[in-house]
Design a protein around this ligand. Structure first.
Ligand SMILES: [Zn+2]
Length: 195
């Protein structure tokens, strides 16, 4: 008898038409991980960072993290990752829609076309040190830490989508240019709601 493999129970309700697949429900067909109801991508970390399960999961996610970031399809929508640290790399575009990042995101000396963080939740800071990025999309995203824009070359940052979904920064915006330069960076869409 062949055991039936259970599939991930990840479910995402979204009003964002670009991601709507099955009556606004996004589901995942990956096999479940370990004793979880979800696959290794959609299994959340336990609170205790010293627990064996935390480390086992961290190890599993770290093995495929590069693949997830470099994948330009929406296959990994809603992925739960520990943190993202990218240095000295060049990408055409990076799409991380509805991702949950448990710590921080850091791009150092990176070159990226568009960076899309639509609907993402970032528990820590986002840093773009010495990086060159065309457009950054934070529509509907929540940044719980600081947005560090010092020493960056970004053309435009979008905080509101065509559908009116607004991004939120709970921390500070760190910027080492003038207020005018900062406003230019956000064009006319600097809609930031402070908690
Ligand atoms: Zn899944």
């Amino acid at each position: 008898m062949i055991p039936i493999k259970k599939t991930c129970r990840f479910y995402l309700k979204t009003d964002y038409p670009f991601f709507s697949l099955f009556d606004d429900e996004l589901v995942c067909f990956n096999e479940v991980w370990d004793d979880s109801d979800y696959c290794k991508i959609h299994t959340d970390f336990p609170d205790d960072e010293d627990s064996p399960i935390y480390n086992k999961l961290l190890n599993e996610k770290n093995k495929i993290i590069d693949e997830i970031i470099e994948n330009r399809d929406d296959e990994w929508i809603g992925a739960i990752l520990p943190e993202i640290n990218i240095e000295n790399k060049k990408f055409s575009n990076i799409k991380l829609p509805y991702f949950k990042i448990k710590k921080s995101i850091s791009f150092v000396n990176a070159e990226i076309g568009d960076l899309n963080l639509y609907g993402a939740v970032i528990e820590g800071d986002i840093k773009f040190n010495k990086s060159k990025i065309e457009n950054v999309y934070f529509d509907n995203a929540i940044i719980k830490g600081n947005l560090d824009l010092r020493d960056t070359d970004i053309n435009e940052i979008n905080f509101e989508s065509l559908f009116g979904d607004k991004g939120i920064i709970e921390g500070e915006i760190l910027f080492n240019g003038s207020e005018e330069e900062l406003n230019n960076l956000f064009k006319d869409n600097m809609i930031i709601e402070k908690k």
